[in-house]
Structure formats: structure tokens, C-alpha cells
Design a protein around this ligand. Sequence first.
Ligand code: K1U
Ligand code: ZN
Length: 171
Amino acid sequence: MAKREIIILPDKRLRLVSAPVKKITADIRTLVEDMFEAMYEAPGIGLAAIQVGAPARVVTIDIAKKDDPKNPQVFINPEIVESSDEKVTYEEGCLSIPEFYGDVERPAQVKVKYLDLDGKKHEVEANGLFATCIQHEIDHLNGVLFIDHLSKLKRDRVIKKFTKAAKRTAE
Ligand code: K1U
Ligand code: ZN
């Protein structure tokens, strides 16, 4: 089992706005290692630190195809600096809302600035699944979930379902 468990809706921590990383310490490096472990075990293609209960602006992503070599990527303090007018719709999932999927429309391309684990500044142009995934993860850093992009009816339904399930588990 991964060292850190992924928190599930309706855990209130999923609504926190995560704090910027001021210094890349040993604790941040350990957090990143633990995030990759939890993400690969799930399995998922992305993870935000708050999903393992750490309210820091850290994201891990690996969108490599099943038979391709792993491509672990770390984004510290990621910020979208440009978004395309063109939009795409992707059926998204979320490791914090297991087995629920929904169509989300987002900009097709985004430019993202971020720091790597050495504190070096980078800027990357994302498109395709990478663009969708990094926008989903940056949303997590701001306490936003993909269900917030769905209709109120669908969102309320899924929140109700997960709230009931959490109550049953607590009994
Ligand atoms: O942040 C998360 O909850 C992770 C999430 C990322 C994501 C998925 C789809 C669109 C946008 C962002 C996931 O990884 S859900 C699982 C998933 O998509 C997947 C799992 C195994 C193989 C392929 C995809
Ligand atoms: Zn998610």
C-alpha cells in the first residue's frame, strides 16, 4: 500500500487553496516521491499534493502510454500564463472521486510556468491529454474539482452519493 492515502470526496481538504512552495526542502522531495507512489499505485496519470492531504502547490504527472517508458514529471507552483481560445472536451476522472466520469470542456492549449525539483524556472506549452491533465491538477491546487465544471444537477448528485457512502463507512 502507498505510504500516503488518496483522500476522497466529500473530504473538506479537497476544497482548500494550497500554499505556494517557498523552498524545496527534503520534506517536499519526500512528498513528491510519495505522490508518485500513490499515483502509480492508483493508477492515475496525475496527482495534486492535496489529494494526499498536503496543501502545497505540487503536482505530479505521467501521461506515458502503458507500453512506453515511464515519464514522471513534477510541477512546483505551476501557473497558467496563456490559454487558447480553442476548447476541447475530455471525459475526465478523478482519483478523489473514484469511478465517476464526466465531460469537461477546457482550453485545448495552455502555457504553464513552474519550478522543477531543483528550483529551476520552466515554461511549457501543453496540448492534448497533457493540457487537460495539468489544468485538472492546477484546479485541485485551487480547491476546484472537475465536477465543478459539470451541471449543478450532476455535481449535487455525485456529492450526495459520496456523502452517503462516507456516512455508511463511518457507521
Ligand atoms: O487528479 C487526479 O485525480 C488524477 C486524474 C487525472 C486526470 C484524468 C483524466 C483527465 C484529467 C485528469 C486521474 O489520473 S484519473 C485516472 C485516469 O485517468 C487513468 C488511469 C489509468 C490509466 C489511464 C488513465
Ligand atoms: Zn482529480
